[in-house]
Design a protein around this ligand. Structure first.
Ligand SMILES: Cc1cc2nc3c(=O)[nH]c(=O)nc-3n(C[C@H](O)[C@H](O)[C@H](O)COP(=O)(O)OP(=O)(O)OC[C@H]3O[C@@H](n4cnc5c(N)ncnc54)[C@H](O)[C@@H]3O)c2cc1C
Length: 664
């Protein structure tokens, strides 16, 4: 199901041992991949296990060959859903903090931008770059575990949120961290639908699960160390550099490279989960009651055409483990036939209500009241099968607005525009995929301190997340995407919502985001500017949506008589880091014109993108309906001018050496 992190094992043969620094000494010895130390009780008076700050080694030691630059040049990056590809100049896989520091030194001298990639599971083009891509796949060890010896029994500790803490290198996946915690009878307090993500990546985008007893995954972070653009590695926490800490909790990779994290963890537990098919009206009528508080973990999957919901809830338990009844699309026949049905619905959308009835019935039961349940370890029981390539568009809105939002979306999907009060006509033949995910969390100021500046959830109450998933059967975009997302996002904005940072929001501009975050965004931008004034860690995504001066909101154009006119041009990027040529292409595509500028010798097709070819570096947006839009970003990958004597020569030498190592 999941795209693996960059395969660093197979990189060894081709990676360059190009070394430029020597004699870099460090007081920190925790960078090796050594075995897990045994757990020790946390000292009472130790608020965090602060790691030392490391100033950058003196640049006068630019001779010698002791710190390797492990890079390779032919790497094709793509998102899990294969919606975005990019070909970075180098994929660099450091094994130590010193190597991370070296990368920032070289990048600064070569004026190259740097993007850090975790497991590449962000659905948007957030991690796409044609410049230098850094993977911490080899910086993924657990460094120490501290356990509170009084929290032993999962059942009696059901309400105890934390039972210890763990210090680890930031490239580790949620799954591997949980596996390393298990022998200490500890686990991560909460998870989303998958656990393949790197912890650093999950934190950086405000990843969440579904529980009113938990907030974002980053809520448990006690401190972290980050390598900044000047090469220094600094520790930050609520007590030490609190503003940097609040900015780094949801950093979108734009502050620096997070190398170590200390996090609170919970006592290891099994969960017993139950799922039940219910009429939508049941859920709405219980909204203000115990719907979301009946268990520690609660989530819903809403099927709009059958007006039903699957309510899933789970609590910790010490009952014996019990496997669930196998779901229909968990089997090969169900999986492939559902895929085929979705593909057929791309051509005959009106099949979708019947497909929803049949597939969801086979999976969860045809009758209201159908149930399933199991007892599983929490670390796997919270996960779900995400099936096929997909677009995901998820928003956080105040929990109390849930019934209104669902009722109005429901009305819109059933063609009742008056009740929906959404100024986008629904074309007669527009049908969407099921289910819409309905989840919750609570990161309100009362429960989380300090909050991340870019925390998308409401600060003064619990959060509802609505996730409009659209599958891409066999890589084909569904025809409803544009209009459905316009209508959905319009309503989400009206509800005071903010989009999930990593996902495929479509109509949001920099102006919307600035309005939605206000002062918090200003603070985040100020911290970012302070630690990375030249913009080493910003990519095209950041420039498009966060940076720059001009704020122009792209208002939706309502279709007349069912005719879809799409959006007016999105916010043009104007500002210090503007790339007007990118935006021009986006504008062209929004008007539905064919983007021919890159046609001919260089345009990629799906097949070419995977095979060896003479394609340029850069990244492309896959849009089957409108033709691919390629964003060749070479100029944007540099910041400032390469000094003739320094940068140009150095970059040429690095390229040559990486290439030579690759061919060797
Ligand atoms: C199938 C699927 C299911 C998902 N389910 C959920 C869910 O249930 N809930 C939810 O909230 N989200 C969910 N997501 C979204 C996912 O959790 C986030 O996109 C997450 O960021 C992915 O982690 P990653 O390691 O792949 O990070 P990447 O996508 O590789 O990177 C994400 C961001 O983190 C930054 N980053 C990564 N490592 C570092 C580092 N060491 N230092 C600084 N910055 C860094 C990157 O630069 C980038 O900005 C899902 C995604 C998929 C594909």
């Amino acid at each position: 199901m999941s795209q693996s992190p960059p395969d660093t094992q197979s990189m060894h043969a081709s990676e360059s041992d190009y070394s430029i620094l020597s004699g870099a000494t460090s007081t920190y010895d925790g960078t090796s991949n050594e075995s897990l130390p045994s757990s020790t009780p946390p000292p009472d008076d130790e608020p965090e296990q602060r790691l030392p700050d490391l100033p950058f080694p003196d640049v006068s030691i630019l001779t010698g060959n002791t710190v390797p630059f492990r890079a390779r040049s032919s790497y094709l990056h793509h998102t899990w859903a294969k919606t975005f590809y990019s070909r970075p100049e180098f994929l660099i896989t450091p094994h130590t903090i010193e190597e991370v520091q070296l990368i920032t030194l070289l990048a600064r001298r070569c004026r190259r931008r740097v993007v850090v990639v975790g497991s590449g599971h962000s659905p948007s083009d957030l991690t796409c770059s044609s410049s230098w891509m850094v993977s911490l796949a080899k910086l993924s060890s657990v460094l120490s575990v501290s356990r509170d010896p009084t929290s032993h029994n999962p059942a009696t500790n059901a309400n105890k949120r934390y039972a210890g803490h763990v210090l680890f290198q930031a490239g580790i996946s949620l799954e591997d961290l949980n596996l390393a915690l298990a022998p200490h009878a500890l686990t991560l307090p909460n998870l989303g639908s998958i656990h393949i993500q790197s912890v650093a990546g999950a934190i950086a985008t405000a990843t969440h699960g579904s529980s009113l007893r938990h907030g974002l995954l980053s809520q448990g972070v006690r401190g972290l160390r980050i390598v900044l653009a000047d090469g220094s590695a600094v520790w930050c926490s609520p007590a030490s550099r609190p503003d940097l800490f609040r900015a780094a909790l949801v950093s979108l990779g734009a502050l620096g490279i997070i190398t170590e994290i200390e996090m609170n963890v919970a006592v290891f537990a099994d969960i017993e989960w139950h799922q039940r098919v219910l009429p939508l009206t049941d859920i709405l009528s219980r909204w203000e009651g115990d719907l979301w508080t009946q268990a520690e973990f609660v989530r819903c999957w809403w099927m709009p055409y059958t007006s039903r919901v699957v309510l899933w809830s789970a609590d910790k338990t010490n009952k014996p483990r019990r496997a669930p009844k196998k779901g229909w699309y968990g089997g090969s026949f169900g999986f492939h036939s559902y895929h085929l049905m979705l593909w057929a619905a791309n051509y005959i959308p009106s099949l979708l209500p019947s497909i929803e009835w049949f597939v969801m019935g086979m999976q969860y039961g045809f009758r209201n009241g159908s149930t399933n349940s199991a007892v599983e370890p929490q670390r796997t029981g919270l996960l779900m099968d995400c099936l096929y390539s997909q677009f995901v568009n998820e928003w956080a809105i105040p929990l109390h607005k849930g019934p209104e939002a669902i009722t109005r979306l429901n009305a819109w999907l059933h063609g009742d525009t008056a009740a929906a009060r959404i100024p986008f006509e629904k074309p007669r033949n527009l049908y969407i995929h099921a289910p819409i995910e309905v989840r919750v969390s609570d990161s309100s100021a009362a429960t989380t301190s300090p909050r991340a500046f870019l925390d998308p959830t409401p600060a003064d109450e619990a959060t509802l997340y609505l996730n409009a998933t659209l599958y891409r059967p066999y890589g084909l975009d569904p025809p409803c995407r544009r209009r459905w997302y316009e209508a959905f996002e319009h309503l989400m904005r009206e509800m005071g919502g903010r989009p999930h940072w990593a996902k495929n929001f479509a109509t949001v501009t920099r102006g919307h985001l600035r309005d939605a975050y206000g002062e918090e965004m200003e603070k985040w931008l100020a911290v970012r500017e302070e630690v990375d004034p030249e913009g080493m860690f910003v990519g095209a995504w950041h420039r498009r949506l966060l940076l720059g001066e001009a704020i122009e909101t792209g208002e939706a154009v309502v279709g007349q008589g069912g005719k879809e006119e799409g959006l007016r041009a999105q916010a043009p990027t104007v500002g210090a880091l503007a790339e007007p040529h990118d935006i021009m292409r986006l504008e062209e595509s929004e008007k539905g014109q064919k983007v021919s500028r890159w046609k001919g010798g260089v345009e990629w097709t799906g097949e070419q993108a995977r095979g060896p070819s003479r394609r340029p570096r850069g990244y492309r947006k896959v849009d089957v309906k409108e033709g691919s839009i390629e964003l060749v970003d070479d100029e944007a990958d540099s910041f400032g001018d390469l000094g003739e004597d320094e940068g140009v020569g150095l970059l040429a030498k690095i390229r040559k050496d990486v290439e030579a190592a690759h061919l060797a």
